[in-house]
Design a protein around this ligand. Structure first.
Ligand code: 13P
Ligand code: SF4
Length: 373
């Protein structure tokens, strides 16, 4: 009996020494025993061996919404740290959120530290950007950021967005202020500003490692959007020439990409979407369609397998290994370990955002949930 065996040994190292396939029965048995007490959420970039156990899969927005409406005692987040933090911020007091491997971070979220953001804000304020006479400034953060940055935005009248609602969030902010400080993904920020008709000359990049962000006061004053100098190392690998190459090789193929890709790549694409949005585009396409997808490889491979029997071809835009190594850290062993400990009443790897941060971060996330519906 898998669950009884877990009672003999609860060390994570014991689990990690076991092969992936031996975890399936244990995860299924533990999951069944926990019943309604546990909800497993799986981001689309998770590996097959993990995501198959998710009660719900989705993009960051969809999963945060499901987490905000969940009633289970435990929410197991198979994703990365900022997603589990967001679930904890939105959770009810009786709920506990678990990230099966605490090393599952996000390199983009790590590119903006709260002390750097506070310094940037005070410099922007001293430059006169944050006052009524200059039309005001609002901070807007991508979901891929720490809870303290979300709280920073909430406290200053700003909000959170994901890749599926960035345009609506920009509109919301521009209805209230002339300028936006967008954290931490310069590409999503630039792509969104561009789609709203804001020219590149009205967009600047704040480099936290340079004095005054590397920007002159004049350059700052000319900006409508101040982008933080952050990026996703997975999506930044896609280049415009990949679109040209794949089109030459497969005439008629559609290039669809995630908005964390560079502007030059997005401009070459037939469509841009969040992970959930990309899936929907393929689902709705007629038989015989071909897609080159610019996003994380686990999702692309899964879509390739899912749609091949339906007569749709799905390949990666660039096959040089666009793998999110931190998403990959969540293994079936970690999931089994977390679930079996839960059965024993031990909550391992709990993600717990402090109450002071939670308050304003919830305000910022709440604004996003309100505008998105
Ligand atoms: P989605 O919200 O589109 O799933 O994106 C999350 C993410 O981290 C993409 O790199
Ligand atoms: Fe972060 Fe990029 Fe991984 Fe998404 S794909 S979780 S942005 S490192």
């Amino acid at each position: 009996m898998p669950v009884e065996r877990a009672q003999e040994s609860c060390s994570l190292d014991d689990y990690l020494a076991m092969p992936d396939h031996t975890m399936d029965g244990r995860i299924a048995a533990a999951r069944a025993r926990l019943g309604k007490d546990a909800l497993i959420l799986g981001h689309h970039y998770q590996r097959d061996e993990v995501v198959r156990f998710a009660d719900f899969t989705g993009d960051s927005y969809k999963l945060s919404k499901i987490a905000s409406e969940a009633s289970s005692r435990y929410i197991l987040f198979c994703g990365v740290h900022f997603m589990a933090e967001s679930a904890d911020i939105l959770a009810q007091p009786h709920q506990q959120v678990v990230l099966p491997d605490l090393n599952a971070g996000c390199s983009m979220a790590d590119m903006a530290d709260i002390s750097q953001v506070e310094e940037c804000w005070s410099k922007l304020t001293s430059a006169g950007l944050n006052n009524a006479a200059s039309g005001g400034l609002l901070p807007l953060t991508y979901m891929n950021s720490t809870a303290s940055i979300k709280a920073f935005c909430g406290e200053r009248g700003g909000l959170v967005c994901t890749s599926s609602n960035a345009k609506a969030a920009f509109d919301w902010a521009f209805a209230r202020a002339r300028r936006i400080l967008f954290l931490p993904d310069q590409h999503l920020g630039r792509n969104t500003a561009h789609a709203l008709g804001i020219s590149l000359s009205e967009t600047v990049v704040w480099d936290p490692y340079q004095i005054n962000g590397g920007l002159t006061p004049d350059r700052l004053r000319s900006a409508r959007v101040i982008l933080w100098k952050g990026h996703c190392s997975v999506h930044q690998r896609f280049l415009p020439e990949h679109a040209d190459q794949v089109r030459a090789k497969y005439p008629g193929i559609q290039v669809i990409v995630h908005p964390e890709c560079r502007l030059e790549v997005c401009q070459k694409a037939d469509a841009i979407g969040s992970t959930e949005g990309l899936i929907k585009i393929i689902e709705e396409a007629p038989e015989g369609s071909m897609f080159a997808v610019g996003t994380e490889i686990h999702l692309v491979n899964r879509l390739g397998k899912r749609f091949a029997p339906l007569g749709k071809k799905v390949i990666t835009l660039d096959d040089s290994g666009c793998l999110c190594t931190t998403m990959f850290r969540i293994s079936p062993q970690h999931l089994a370990w977390a679930l079996e400990n839960m059965i024993e009443g031990r909550v391992v790897n709990r993600i717990c955002v402090s109450d002071d941060v939670k308050h304003w971060a919830r305000v910022a996330l709440g604004r996003m949930l309100e505008i998105h519906g």
